[in-house]
Design a protein around this ligand. Structure first.
Ligand SMILES: NC(=O)c1ccc[n+]([C@@H]2O[C@H](COP(=O)([O-])OP(=O)(O)OC[C@H]3O[C@@H](n4cnc5c(N)ncnc54)[C@H](OP(=O)(O)O)[C@@H]3O)[C@@H](O)[C@H]2O)c1
Length: 322
């Protein structure tokens, strides 16, 4: 099991090279051709892959030809995903408000990083950024909407400015960014949009009114988008994670203690695990993914017996009225 986790650190070409080094002369595949079995060793495989890669290079396909844009790339899930996609050869546009934090992520990525420091909830700033990015780098192949914040509170403790800010990121940030690049993606006939969300977008709990409103709005956008995007080659994906050990709870004090106690039965993910899930989703887009497994189990239970999950959330939820 631990060995498998170790392997996940490597890219697929690195794993192939490692396999060839270890078992190059062993048979990797047997194929029947005109009644005869042909054996292909790992060395044979490696040569095929090498020839195809060299051919693609000759045709002009280069490392970094794919462009990803990530909002909320200065920390947590967004930063980890930016680092991973950078490692996989993507050029990555990093969006966030804290320039220094973006610089640190860009330093890890190297030449492929493009910094665009802005407030993603500001429509004009996003439109100006999109115009620059499209002119200088092209329309992104992948957009990951990970910018998000929000304190978990009851409505009587959520003043209008906080409510507006919570709708600003994630919901409007995702809406504006998606809007800004949609025409380019549709004209090209390809693109992957991933909206990062919380289980509160599936079922709600106490003291989370502003936070839940913004996640339901973003999920509504995603659901409606999937209707419009059918058959266009552009995919909208909703990625729901349980608790993640990012800086989210430092950035949004008071939220961690309001997590319903039932969440203790769900394993906490690391931002790096989320990044791997998202990188896989980029390659194989799906309408919705929910991680980890236990969270998926609660969702399935909710679909067949919503009253049960609601009751569990109520019994184990935060009871304070502050
Ligand atoms: N952590 C969890 O347990 C968890 C679980 C499920 C879902 N999520 C969701 O995943 C998303 C990312 O969370 P995280 O865990 O990665 O938290 P995080 O470490 O606090 O990251 C949030 C990111 O969003 C950016 N951001 C916030 N407001 C922004 C704005 N107006 N404009 C541009 N960027 C903005 C922040 O950058 P700047 O401060 O530099 O602007 C930061 O890079 C959030 O929507 C969160 O609700 C989190």
């Amino acid at each position: 099991m631990n060995d498998n986790i170790e392997l996940l650190k490597f890219t697929i070409p690195q794993l192939l090279r490692w396999r060839v080094k270890e078992t190059g002369t062993k048979v990797a595949l047997r194929e029947k051709d005109f009644g005869y079995w042909n054996n292909y060793t790992w060395n044979d495989y490696y040569e095929y892959v090498k020839k195809i890669a060299l051919g693609l290079e000759k045709m002009g396909v280069k490392k970094g030809d794919k462009l990803a844009l990530i909002t909320g790339a200065s920390s947590g899930i967004g930063a980890a995903t930016a680092r991973l996609l950078g490692k996989q050869g993507y050029r990555v546009v990093l969006i966030g408000r804290r320039r220094e934090a973006l610089d640190a992520v860009a330093a890890d990525i190297g030449d492929g990083a493009i910094i665009e420091a802005c407030d993603a909830s500001d429509g004009d700033a996003i439109m100006a950024m999109a115009e620059r990015v499209t002119r200088e780098h092209g329309v992104p192949d992948v957009i990951i909407n990970s910018a998000g914040a929000g304190k978990w509170k009851r409505i009587e403790h959520t003043p209008p400015d906080e409510a507006v800010a919570m709708m600003g990121a994630p919901h409007f940030a995702a809406f504006f960014t998606t809007h800004a690049f949609m025409k380019g993606m549709l004209d090209r006939g390809s693109g992957v949009l991933i909206h990062i969300s919380s289980p509160v977008s599936l079922f709600t709990w106490t003291s989370s009114v502003g936070y839940a409103s913004a996640r339901w709005a973003m999920r509504g956008m995603h659901e409606a988008l999937t209707c419009d995007l059918r058959g266009t080659g552009v995919h909208s994906c909703h990625a729901v994670f349980g608790k993640v050990s990012s800086e989210y709870f430092d950035h949004n004090p008071g939220s961690e203690e309001r997590i319903p106690k039932i969440a203790r039965t769900v394993r906490t993910l690391t931002p790096e695990e989320c990044a791997k899930i998202l990188a896989r989703l980029v390659r194989h887009p799906r309408k919705q993914v929910i991680y980890p497994f236990m969270m998926r189990l609660y969702y399935w239970t909710y679909l067949v017996a919503p009253w049960l999950v609601r009751a569990l959330l109520r019994w184990t939820g935060y009871k304070g009225r502050d």
